[in-house]
Design a protein around this ligand. Structure first.
Ligand code: PEP
Ligand code: MN
Length: 306
């Protein structure tokens, strides 16, 4: 007896788009979701930049980072208080600042006005993280943690859904649909931004680079979904000298927002010191990205209509 393979591939089919992701799929070619988070529009002409350290190490460093990010024209402060680590051994340098970190993020927000993006890993921490965050980040390792996606969706807060580093576009959009379903149940349009953060591939060109930035997924995702699509060149390259070119390329590729790691003393960052950019490097990237944004009809500056 011939067995029909009804699930032929890992990539999206027309049936998937119509039947499995009805809420995140585009309804027309120019359908785009635009939403506002912490006073910043996402999905419109502005390309918001979300910058900050990997880990919120202490109050002083997060406030100092927020001030430098604001001065360079960044739009959101990012930083992990609840942090995944790929192995269980914490070092004297790396500890999760947890509830303290959330409070320090809030101090930094009060000092600068920058809204906060921070990760939530567990269902029972959603309430406390949601009190301090403007946007909830789902990390790459939790992209398919469906109970977490559902509970995060139920808050009705904006969500950044990072792409699993081994996940297809199909799996990523289906994960986003879990959050969109909860937003729909709350009677709202989905407030989700998809974040490409590097995928695992056979070659990454350097022993220290674990992932490859899948820039092609930006237009590929935008072809199918109305949700904004952003990139995170820091985690993707894992190597600071490559971050600037991938930031510039992300703008040129049509990314709707950008995330990157910025640290007051990158080489002494508690986690991932090779990928963090200094304040001066960040400022240089912001300056270099502006003309590219303008060239494609976007902008990095609030209140600008270009
Ligand atoms: C992060 O943004 O600090 C992070 C842990 O990212 P990812 O989940 O993409 O590894
Ligand atoms: Mn990080």
């Amino acid at each position: 007896m011939a067995v029909e393979n009804k699930f032929p591939g890992k990539d999206l089919t027309e049936d998937d788009i119509a039947g499995k992701i009805p809420l995140v799929a585009k309804k027309s070619a120019d359908h785009r979701t635009v939403f506002t988070c912490g006073g910043i529009e996402i999905g419109g002409p502005l390309i918001p930049v979300m910058a900050g350290p990997n880990t919120v190490e202490n109050e002083e460093m997060i406030v100092e980072s927020a001030k430098a990010i604001k001065a360079a024209g960044g739009h959101f402060l990012r930083g992990g208080a609840f942090k995944p680590l790929s192995f269980p051994y914490r070092s004297p340098k790396f500890f999760e600042s947890r509830e303290d970190g959330l409070k320090w993020l809030t101090v930094a927000k009060q000092e600068t006005g920058l809204p906060i993006v921070t990760e939530v890993m567990e269902i029972d921490k959603i309430e406390i993280v949601a009190k301090h965050a403007d946007m909830l980040q789902i990390g790459t390792r939790n992209m398919q943690n469906y109970p977490l996606l559902t509970e995060v969706g139920k808050t009705g807060m904006p969500v950044m859904l990072k792409r699993g580093y081994g996940s297809s576009l199909r799996d990523w959009l289906m994960a986003a649909e879990y959050i969109a379903l909860e937003h729909d149940r709350l009677g709202m349009e989905p407030q989700i931004v998809l974040c490409e953060r590097g995928v695992v591939v056979p070659h990454t060109h350097r022993a220290t680079s674990r992932f490859l930035l899948d820039l092609q997924v930006v237009p590929a995702a935008q072809e199918v979904t109305h949700l904004p699509v952003m990139t995170d060149p820091s985690h993707a390259t894992f190597w600071q000298p490559w971050v600037k070119s991938m930031m510039l390329a992300s703008v040129a590729a049509g990314a709707d927002a950008l995330m990157l790691e910025v640290h007051p003393d990158p080489r002494n960052a508690a986690v991932d010191p090779l990928q963090a950019s200094s304040f001066a490097e960040f400022d240089g990237m912001m300056k270099a990205m502006r003309p590219i944004a303008t060239a494609i009809g976007r902008t990095l500056d609030m209140g600008s209509n270009s």
